[in-house]
Design a protein around this ligand. Structure first.
Ligand SMILES: *Cc1c(COP(=O)(O)O)cnc(C)c1O
Length: 401
C-alpha cells in the first residue's frame, strides 16, 4: 500500500462493528485535530473522555518518549518503577490502599467483579454471588461486564449469560432495598452514568447504597471509568458525593490516550487476590504507567481541578444560551467538563445528525444514545479553543435542527 489508507479501506479490511465518520484524523495538538486533507477540527469529544489533557500534551509526550527509550515491557514476573510510582500516587490521592493495573475499563471492571465474587466466596461460601447493577449502565464489552451492564441489547445474542446478575432502576433506592440480600456480593454503579446519557446519581442514592451494602456484607463498586481523573472537577467523582466505595475502577482518561485501566481497593479486599488468582500480561506495563503517572501528577493538582470547574461553568453558560436561542434542547446535564445535552422530544433520535453537522462545521462531538449530545473536551482546553468550538456548535445546532 503506497498511498495513505483512507476511509473506504475501513469497509474492506476491518470488522464492521463500528461506523466511523467519513474523515480520518491524522494529527492532534491540544484541543485541535487535523484530518488527512488538512481540515482542522475542535475536539469536544476527547476520544470519549480519554484524551484528558488534549492531544500531544508536551509533558505526556516527554513521559512517553523517555520511557520508550528505557523499558517497554517486562511482564508481571517482575515489577517496575513506573507502575510502583503510579500506584503510590493513586493510593496517596484516593481512599485506596491497593491497586491492580489492567489495560481497559472493561478489564478493570472484570477484575472488580471477580474480586467481589472471590471475597464473598472466601468469607461466606458459594451462595453469595449475586451482583446488583442498574438499567442504562455501561461497564464494558467482555461477556461478564456487558452482562452486568444495564443495556440488554449489548449482551443478547451471545448465548447464555453468566448467572446471578440483576438490573434495577438507577436512583431508585427502594428497589435496591427490596432486592439486596445476604446473597448479594456486590452492587456496581456509575456515580454519574456516562454512555447512558450523563445522568448523575442523587446523593441519597449513593449514600443509601453505601448503607445497604454494608448491612448485607456486599461490596460497593464505583465504576469511574468515565467519571474519573478530573472529569467532574474532582480527581474521582466519589469525592463529589462524600461516599467512599470498596472498589473503584478507572481507565479512559487515566492514560490520556494510552490504554490503561486500574482497580483500586482496600487491603482487606485486595488480599483475596493472592498469587495466581487473577492476572494480565500487559497490565501495569512500564510504558502505560509512565504516561498515566504524569496524567495523575498533572490532574491531581488543585489548580488544574479548579480550572476544570471554571471551564465547565463557562461552557455550561454558553450551552444554555445556545439552547435558548435554538429551543432544541430539553435539558443540559453536567458534572465538570462532561455534558449530556438532551434533545426535546420533537427532535428524538437526532443526536447523530447534530454530530454529523458539527463535523462539517469543524467540530468533533459525541452522542450518548439517540437523544443526547455528549461532550467531554480536554480538561485543559484553552479559552480560545473552547469559544471557537462553541461558535461552531451553535452553527451546527442551528443548521441541523
Ligand atoms: C467506557 C466505559 C467502560 C469500558 O471501558 P473500555 O476501556 O472500553 O473497556 C466501562 N465503564 C464505563 C463507565 C465506561 O464509560
Amino acid at each position: 500500500m503506497s498511498e495513505a489508507p483512507s476511509r473506504p479501506d475501513f469497509d474492506r479490511v476491518m470488522v464492521p462493528c463500528y461506523a466511523p465518520s467519513d474523515f480520518v484524523p491524522v494529527r492532534g495538538e491540544g484541543a485541535r485535530v487535523w484530518d488527512q486533507s488538512g481540515r482542522e477540527f475542535i475536539d469536544f469529544g476527547g476520544g470519549i473522555a480519554v484524551t484528558s489533557l488534549g492531544h500531544a500534551h508536551p509533558a505526556l509526550v516527554a513521559a512517553l518518549t523517555e520511557q520508550a527509550g528505557k523499558l517497554w515491557h517486562v511482564s508481571n514476573v517482575y515489577t517496575n518503577e513506573p507502575a510502583l510510582r503510579l500506584a503510590e500516587r493513586l493510593v496517596q490521592h484516593t481512599f485506596a490502599e491497593r491497586v491492580f493495573f489492567a489495560n481497559s475499563g472493561a478489564e478493570a471492571n472484570e477484575a472488580a467483579l471477580k474480586l467481589a465474587r472471590r471475597v464473598a466466596f472466601d468469607r461466606f461460601g458459594e451462595d453469595k454471588y449475586e451482583i446488583l447493577s442498574f438499567e442504562g449502565s455501561f461497564h464494558g464489552r467482555t461477556f461478564f461486564t456487558v452482562s452486568v451492564g444495564g443495556q440488554a441489547k449489548y449482551s443478547s445474542g451471545f448465548g447464555p449469560r453468566p448467572e446471578g446478575i440483576r438490573h434495577l432502576k438507577y436512583n431508585d433506592l427502594a428497589s435496591v432495598a427490596a432486592a439486596i440480600s445476604k446473597k448479594t456480593c456486590a452492587v456496581i454503579v456509575e456515580p454519574v452514568i456516562g454512555e447512558g446519557g450523563v445522568i448523575p446519581a442523587t446523593p441519597e442514592f449513593l449514600q443509601g447504597l453505601r448503607e445497604l451494602t454494608r448491612a448485607n456484607d456486599a461490596l460497593l463498586i464505583f465504576d469511574e471509568v468515565q467519571s474519573g481523573v478530573g472529569r467532574t472537577g474532582k480527581l474521582y467523582g466519589y469525592e463529589l458525593y462524600g461516599v467512599v466505595p470498596d472498589i473503584l475502577t478507572s481507565a479512559k482518561g487515566l492514560g490520556g490516550g494510552i490504554p490503561i485501566g486500574a482497580m483500586l481497593t482496600a487491603e482487606q479486599y485486595a488480599k483475596h487476590f493472592s498469587v495466581g488468582v487473577h492476572g494480565t500480561t500487559f497490565g501495569g506495563n512500564p510504558l502505560a504507567c509512565a504516561v498515566a503517572d504524569k496524567v495523575i501528577e498533572i490532574v491531581s493538582n488543585p489548580e488544574v481541578l479548579a480550572g476544570v470547574t471554571r471551564r465547565a461553568d463557562a461552557m455550561a453558560a454558553r450551552l444554555n444560551a445556545i439552547a435558548q436561542e435554538t429551543g432544541a434542547f430539553k435539558e443540559l446535564r453536567n458534572r465538570g467538563l462532561w455534558f449530556g445535552w438532551q434533545l426535546k422530544p420533537e427532535h428524538a433520535g437526532r443526536a447523530k445528525d447534530v454530530l454529523a453537522t458539527a463535523a462539517k462545521e469543524g467540530l468533533m462531538l459525541l452522542v450518548a444514545g439517540p437523544d443526547v449530545v455528549r461532550m467531554s473536551p480536554s480538561l485543559v482546553i484553552s479559552e480560545a479553543d473552547m469559544n471557537d468550538g462553541l461558535e461552531r456548535l451553535a452553527r451546527a445546532v442551528k443548521s441541523a435542527l
